[in-house]
Ligand binder design. Structure first.
Ligand SMILES: [Zn+2]
Ligand SMILES: [Zn+2]
Length: 381
């Protein structure tokens, strides 16, 4: 049950680089492309590689304010100004050279994925460089300049698509996308994330956030406690996300596949392994076919174990898109391991599979959260 799959490879997007020491390294995406190619997925006859153009100001303007776009151009062009009011400055969103060009390429890559699915050239499309889900209409946030998933969704709506479901499995709340479509009943946003108000970024994503006036129920949040492990996370995912998406009956499914949920991730505290990613990839693929006639646009997202986890996680999702999970060898190709170790100056895992981390003390609380969300979203009725 698959169809043609587009892989957006946009090497120029590597200029989206906040500089040395920043966790959102371009290597995350470059090594993912390497692994997808090394395991033979890119060479399959159903897979086509597509490039991208920068999103125009007009397309970015479907989501972002003209002032913010102008400020991003000016700040990334070296001009002085009060950029902190647009979210730029030391910390998460340092100003970097050609920031507008970089952000518009990432957004353009997600629009290219959307266009491939919209036209029917592909049934599924993947932009590993995308998933910058924290950016707000007038403000950069959480490493994100332009909100490429929101831009792609807004572009689809402008092209006449009537209903879009957005599923965000990054460890952080998909706050930008939720805020942008808060009042829009055409877009269902669902985010499953770690939640600790007052401490864990971005601080939003409580189960009580359910959409604005006229769009009640169009936002769903599954706020999980730190230390949630594979089984409990999958149970929460399964309890909420497929039934909510199926009920919504979207024309297109858009997913943000952040893998900073991994137990080794330095920026978060969940306890997931590639076991969860494998099961989730299978479930999302089935959901795309079952609820959206297969139309599925996927982006990358967070994930800061850039050599050890990110390439394996996103290759698993891409294998699901290609319907090749069962044929994927467990051992990583030697050439990939050497390249990843050369770039990271460390050792990397040699298999896709990982040992079970077992149950943890937060798992029952995570299950209770999922039940509460099911109740709030009236999924039991
Ligand atoms: Zn398929
Ligand atoms: Zn994240």
């Amino acid at each position: 049950m698959s169809g043609d799959v587009a892989l957006v490879r946009c090497p120029e997007a590597r200029i989206y680089d906040h500089g040395p020491g920043h966790p959102l390294r371009p290597d995350r995406v470059l090594l993912t492309w390497d692994l997808i190619e090394a395991v033979g997925l890119e060479g399959r006859p159903t897979v086509s590689r597509i490039g991208c153009e920068p999103a125009s100001d007009e397309v970015l303007g479907l989501v972002h304010t003209p002032d913010f776009i102008a400020a991003t151009k000016a700040a990334g062009g070296g001009q002085e100004g009060n950029w902190s009011r647009f979210g730029y400055g030391p910390g998460d969103n340092p100003i970097f050279d050609r920031m507008h060009e970089a952000g518009s390429l990432v957004a353009g890559a997600s629009v290219a994925a959307a266009a491939a699915v919209r036209s029917g050239d592909a049934l599924h499309a993947f932009n590993a460089a995308g998933g910058l889900h924290h950016a707000m209409p007038a403000r950069a946030s959480g490493f994100c300049v332009y909100d490429d998933p929101a831009v792609a969704i807004a572009w689809l709506l402008r092209e006449g698509v009537e209903r879009v479901a957005y599923v965000d499995i990054d460890v952080h709340h998909g706050d930008g996308v939720q805020a942008i479509f808060w009042d829009d009943p055409r877009v269902l946003t669902i985010s499953i994330h770690q939640y600790v108000p007052g401490w864990f970024f971005p601080g939003t994503g409580d189960a009580s956030e359910r959409g604005g006036a006229g769009a009640e129920g169009s936002a769903i949040n599954v706020p999980l406690p730190p230390e949630t492990g594979d089984e409990a996370w999958l149970e929460a995912f399964h309890a909420v996300i497929p039934p909510a998406v199926e009920r919504f009956r979207p024309d297109v499914l858009v997913t943000q596949l952040g893998c900073d949920t991994h137990e080794s991730d330095p920026l978060a505290n969940l306890r997931l392994t590639t076991r969860a990613y494998l099961a989730c990839a299978r479930e999302l693929h089935e959901l795309a076919h079952g609820a959206a006639d297969g139309r599925w646009i996927a982006t990358g997202g967070g994930g800061y174990q850039w050599a050890r986890v990110v390439p394996r996680a996103w290759t698993l999702y891409f294998a699901a898109m290609v319907d090749a999970l069962d044929e994927l060898p467990d051992d990583l190709p030697e050439g990939f391991i050497e390249e990843a170790e050369r770039r990271s100056h460390g050792s990397v895992p040699t298999t896709f599979s990982e040992p079970d981390v077992g149950p943890g003390p937060a798992d029952d609380r995570a299950r209770a959260v999922a039940e509460e969300v099911r109740y709030l979203a009236a999924l039991d009725r």
